[in-house]
Structures are given as C-alpha cells and as structure tokens.
Ligand binder design. Sequence first.
Ligand code: AMP
Ligand code: ZN
Length: 469
Amino acid sequence: MQLYNTLTRSKQEFNPIQNKRVGVYSCGPTVYWFAHIGNMRAFLFADLLCRALRMNGYAVEQIMNITDVGHLTDDADEGEDKMMVAMKREGKTAYDIAEFYAQAFFKDLEALNITPASRYPRATEHIAEQIEMIEALEKNGFTYQTSDGIYFDTSKLADYGRLSGQKLDEKQAGSRVDMGEKKNATDFALWKFSPTTGSGNTKRQMEWESPWGIGFPGWHIECSAMSKKYLGVPFDIHTGGIDHIAVHHENEIAQTEGAEGKLEANYWMHNEFITVDGGKMSKSLGNVYTIEQLVEKGFDPLAFRYLCLQAHYRSKLNFTWESLEAAQNALNRLRSTIREWDAPLAPSLFEGEGGGRGIALEARFSQAINDDLNTPEALSILWQLVDSDYPTSAKAESLLKFDQILGLHLDQFIGKSVEIPPEVQKLLDERAHARTEKNWSESDRLRTEIEERGFIVEDKPEGQNVREM
Ligand code: AMP
Ligand code: ZN
C-alpha cells in the first residue's frame, strides 16, 4: 500500500510498526460550533484511510480527539479560547456547549456513514496527562515562563520545522506576529495562566491547578499527550487537514520529541481543503455550510460523501450546489440501477458464473485504493463494473466489496425494489385518476407533491413509473 507522507514529501510503501495492527490518530473537531463541510471532508478522509487499511487486512485502532478547551481563535496563542467565545454567544457553560456540539458531530458522522473511531478522548478529561508531558518538557529544558504562561522554546529543537520543511529562521522572518514575551516567533504555549481579572460570564470556567499556577493547556499538547496514552510513541499514522501542517502538527512533533526523544508518528497524512464557489468559506460570506443545511436543501448526506470521493484527498475540492446536485444524480442513478439487480452470489460461485472478468476489476479497484487512496479512479472502475454486461449477481458481489471502502450504503439498494410509502401511493392513485379525466393541471400539482416526498413519476404507455429522487 502506497501512502503519501507529508514528512518525507513522497509516496511511500506503508510499513506498520506491528505486524497486523495499525494505530491512527486523527485530529478531531473543536466543539464550539457545528462542524462544516470542510471539517467533514477531513473526517471522511480519515474514514477512507481506515477502511483502506482494513481492506489490506490490518486491525485499526483509530483515536479521534474532541477539542473542548485551549483552541484559541488565533492559532498563534492569541485571542480567546473558542469555547469561551461560544459561552458568551450562547450563555451556557463551556461543558454544555462541548456536549451539545459533540453530539451534533456524532450525528453528522452517522449521516455520512463514517465508521466510529475506537475512542473519542476529550482534552478536558486528560489534563493530568498534559501536565505530565509539560513537566517532562520542562525537565528536558524545552520550556520557559512568561507572564501569561509556559512556552515551548522551538530554538532548542534542532529539527524544528521538519514537517513543513521550513527552517526556524525562515519562519521567523516570514512572521509578522507580535512576539510579546516569546523568544522566537514559532514558540507556542503549553500552559496558559487564567486571567486574574474577569467575572460573570467572562470568567473562565475551564481552568485547573498545575505546578505553574491555575490555567489551562495550550491546544497542541492535548494531541501529543492523548496519542501517547492511547497509541504509544511512535504510532503509525497521524491525519488532519493541510492547515495543521505548519503549526499544530509541527508543534505536536516538537512536543513529543522534546518529552519522549522519539518521533510521534511515522506517517503524516493531510487532506486538502474544500473551497466554496472557488473561495474560502467564511461566516461573513454566509457559505459555511453544515451537513444539516445540505439535508434541508433536499440532499442526501451520502451525496456529499460521493462528491468527496470524486476528488483525490490531496486535491482541492471546490464545492458548488451544482456539483452536489451532480453527485446526487450520479448516486441516484447508481441506486436505481442496482435495485434491478439480482442478489449477490455467494463468493464461491462468483468465479464460475462468469465473474472472472469482474475479479480483474476488483484487482484494479484495490490497486487504485492502494495507490494513495485514488478514489476518482476507484469510482470510475465502479461505473465500469455497473455498466458492464456481467451477470448482475456477480456485479453485486463485487460492488459490495467496493462499498466496504466507499461507504455509500449500497447494500440497502441492491435487488431492493422501491418501497412506496402509503401516502405517496395515495397521491399516485389520485394522479392516475386525474389523468383518466384529462385533468392535467391536477396531475401536475400531484406530481409536485410526490416530488416533495422524494419520488419522481414518469408517464409510460403502461402507466406511471415511480423512482426515488
Ligand atoms: P477544527 O475543528 O478547526 O479543529 O478542524 C477539524 C478538521 O477539519 C481539521 O483536520 C482541519 O484541518 C479540517 N479542516 C478545516 N477546514 C477545512 C476545509 N475548508 N477543508 C477541509 N478540511 C478542513
Ligand atoms: Zn490535533
């Protein structure tokens, strides 16, 4: 299996630390707001990777953290804690906010058929582990104190910057941030002191005792501490979006190396961003879409999954409503085609029933996935299979294997005729009656009502033909 490793800037053969077990750590959501479709692309990518590893016979231990403290509005340790911003916005406790958005996040995962991770550890539940790691860094001489916290001294680590490939002095030169009391522009907070002023709803609710004073952990330390706890050092694969390369993951590597003297993870994999209408998503443009908003517009969450599969994870994906519509149409065509198929054959029958050529497509599908998760190629192989003239029972057999990776719930459609709910059947009967009376306006009105319930009616010589939208 070839995977692109950001650390070596090359596609590499994947070699796990243990024989058949793989540890994957995926940076999870900051639960101060709903996850947007860009975030969901990152989680779909991590899911795809884990499914591909399983296809190759590995048992996968995937850890995804839930960031519920310490992620500041500005990644450079400035600004407010995002959870505190949400607290003021919603007038709830930070814990209630974290719980509410974590539950919304789990709902999105389910809607997108993302296989649950083995664990979802929360930063606030691992304060002791984070303090312990900061103490190790202090002991090894990597920290210093300022008036607002304990900082990591990046000049003490010879190969700081190895992930982004930027040298420390280049980063310093390029940086225009106000350094405050920091010694180097790239230095970052490990522990921030609680402000001593503040009351009412501006007061921090999330603060803990530490050897350095009351405060809260910086954002990066949670991932080093929790990955160490659940996967050990080093572990196999770390995932996240490309925005994490230069700061968050660079700093995670620095912390684990400073505390443990070892590389945190062997492979670092990053998904490219989603842009909307060719530009950045932003609240002011009103284009920060959530999965729920796609559903409100009548789309199936799995159409978004299909849209993501159409692009390689390392390519930018430009989201437009037209592109989502096209993905939905492709998924609908796939579903209505496979509804007509026979049930899958038992695997032992597959080869004998003319499935041999299908096996060749299966091999090509695996090759595409094992070539750094080439899903556009995998989808094109899927359509070659669907449009081929092999027996449908053999095609169904292969398609189910493909769907282990693609996760489109195709098992719910193969060989299953459309189930028409009673209220839709009633509208259909009324429409048939209107047509016998040549009441075309009533017939059109009923067609719209039927469409609103997710079904398309076509008028055939033999009568009305119904399919799902
Ligand atoms: P956050 O909740 O901000 O910590 O982000 C969760 C995940 O989403 C991280 O892996 C980010 O790198 C990723 N991410 C954020 N914005 C986008 C985007 N527009 N496209 C793809 N991934 C993104
Ligand atoms: Zn992280």
